[in-house]
Design a protein around this ligand. Sequence first.
Ligand code: TYD
Length: 212
Amino acid sequence: MSKGFLVSIEGPEGAGKTSVLEAILPILKEKDIDFLTTREPGGVLIGEKIREVILDPNHTQMDSKTELLLYIASRRQHLVEKVLPALAAGKLVIMDRFIDSSVAYQGFGRGLDIDAVNWLNQFATDGLKPDLTLYFDIEVEKGLERIAANSSREVNRLDLEGLEMHRKVRQGYLSLLEKEGNRIEKIDASLPLDQVIEKTKQVLFDRMGLTR
Ligand code: TYD
C-alpha cells in the first residue's frame, strides 16, 4: 500500500500544464512538502529511451498499437523504478501525464479499443490510479496556437497530427471527466496563467488537506 499522494497532470497540446507545474514547485518547496515531479513517457533511463523512439518525428511508419504498447512499456518501467518507491517513502508524486493520456490519445485519438487500453493500463500499473488528476482543458485551436507561438518548444511526432486527432483527444479527456469526476478536476486552461496557477494551487491543497 502506498502512503504518498499521487497527482497526475493531463491535457491536450498547448494547455500550459508544464508552465503551471513550474510555478507550483516553489510553493511546495516553501511549504516543506516532500515531493517528486516526473514525466511520461520517460522519467527514467529506459523510459527516456522509449520516449525517443515514440516521439521521433521521423518515425512516421509507427503503427498505433505499437505506439500504445511503447507508452505502456515506458509507464511500467517508470512506475516500478521511480513512482512506487517515492510513494512508499510518503512523497507527493506529481506526474506530467499518466494513464489518461493513453485513453485520450491512443483510445480516442487513434481510435484503438478503449477496453484494450484500459486493460493494458491496469496491467502496467497493477491498478494504481492517481489520488487526483488535474486536467487542464483548452479548446484545441487555442492550444495549437499556443504551441505555434512557442518557438522554443521541441516539436514531436504527436504534435504533427492534424486538428481532427487533437479534437478527438480532447473529447477523450472530457469523456473521462464525465466518468471519473471524483478523481479528475477540470481546470480552465484558457484563463490567464496567474489565474490557472491560483486555481491549481487551490485544488491541490484542498485535496491534500493542506492550508493555502
Ligand atoms: P511531451 O513533449 O511531453 O508533450 P506535452 O508537453 O504535451 O506533455 O510529449 C508527450 C506526448 O506523448 C504528448 O503529445 C502526449 C503523448 N502521449 C500519448 O499519446 N499517450 C500517452 O500515454 C502519453 C503518456 C503521452
